[in-house]
Design a protein around this ligand. Structure first.
Ligand code: 5AD
Ligand code: FES
Length: 346
């Protein structure tokens, strides 16, 4: 039965919910990971795209129960880079050879559309792709960033279980998050989404729905991260048992369903497993997002405990990641890695 499902997934890239759940609950998923690795190789090749991550502010107006930088966590030392510091950090990332800069922050109202558009325009002068990961905004704001030159936007749905979402993200509406994703799509962004895996109360049915949701949109990129409880949040007592394996299976099934999208080997995976990103790259992933935030700010962007590279700098992470990628016979793809580039004969 497993062989049959995998064969169909690999050839037709369609599965029903019950079949996805079968794969997610496999006690031994070696065949699933191998299938995802084959599909990754066939559709996106052996190149790995690097995205330079800049965590430019940890101020956040939201209060998600799982997140370490939630507004209600009064222990967090809050920081915010100036627009000049953000552009300087981007310039440094470009000097290390990165072709995409990802600007990520909490939902920080200090950065209004004017400030963000200025930053985007300055970074676009460096001839790189700009990805934003700054949360829920109005359609007008998304349109303004796009006009300023932003190419991609990351906004994880976190979970497609609306009840669970609204319980874990108090004051936020699931429908608005979906609205954001469709607005971004319509405005011509490459859209990245994704889920947290292992949230308390999350069911296998809802995880299968997450994947079907990504397929329906469809997303151009999706990151799957294991949930890791943060001690200064209401979910401090939760466990991480099995989250890495389940997140890896989610990612592998996603590769089967969306064969040509960009899938990152997430930092949270490496937090739960010493070789987590390499394991992920061999089970469907084709993107790594090394941190390029200045070392002095890294300890404060603590979404979850044990985040890797907190004491490292941008140069170290750049070298480390390339060496790891090469160690498994893969290579850093020097291009910008827009979804669909490979179709143009890359
Ligand atoms: N564990 C793992 N990932 C987390 N994120 C937020 N909190 C946690 C946590 N405790 C993820 C969310 C968010 C991304 C930037 O970080 O999925 O979208
Ligand atoms: Fe930062 Fe390896 S990626 S030290």
């Amino acid at each position: 039965m497993t062989d049959d499902i995998l064969h169909r997934a690999e050839t037709t890239h369609t599965l029903r919910s019950a079949e996805i759940i079968h794969l997610l609950t496999l006690p031994d998923a070696v065949a699933l990971f191998a299938a995802a690795d084959r599909v990754r190789k066939k559709f996106v090749g052996d190149g790995v795209y690097l995205r330079a991550l800049i965590e430019f502010s940890n101020y956040c107006k939201n209060n998600c129960l799982y997140c370490g930088i939630r507004a209600g966590n009064s222990h967090v030392h809050r920081y915010r880079l100036t627009p000049e510091e953000i552009v300087r950090t981007a310039r440094q990332a470009v000097s290390y050879g990165y072709k995409t800069v990802v600007l990520q922050s909490g939902e920080d109202v200090w950065f209004d559309a004017d400030k963000l558009c200025h930053i985007i325009r300055e970074i676009k002068k460096l001839d790189v792709a700009v990805t934003l990961s700054i949360g829920e905004k109005t359609r007008e704001e998304y349109a303004a960033y796009r006009t300023a030159g932003a190419d991609r936007y990351l906004l994880r749905i976190e979970t497609t279980d609306k009840m669970l979402y609204e319980k874990l993200d108090p004051g936020m509406r699931w429908d608005n998050r979906v609205r954001c994703l469709y607005d971004l799509k319509e405005l011509g962004y490459e859209v990245g989404s994704g889920s947290l895996v292992g949230l308390p109360g999350q069911t296998m049915e809802s995880l299968a729905n997450d994947l079907l949701f990504f397929q329906k949109l469809p997303v151009d990129m999706a990151g799957i991260g294991p949930f890791i409880p943060h001690p200064q949040t209401p979910l401090a007592q939760e466990k991480t048992d099995g989250h890495f394996e389940l997140a890896l299976k989610m990612m592998a099934v996603m590769r089967l369903l969306l064969p040509d999208i960009n899938i990152p080997a997430t930092t949270a995976m490496e937090t739960l497993h010493p070789q987590g990103r390499l394991v992920a790259l061999q089970a469907g992933a084709n993107v790594v997002m090394p941190n390029t935030t200045d070392t002095e700010f890294r300890p404060f962007y603590e979404l979850y405990p044990g985040k890797i590279c907190v004491g490292d700098n941008a140069a170290k992470c750049r070298g480390c990641v390339e060496q790891k990628i090469n160690s498994i016979g893969r290579h850093v793809d020097p291009g910008k890695g827009f979804h669909g580039d490979y179709l143009k004969g890359k």
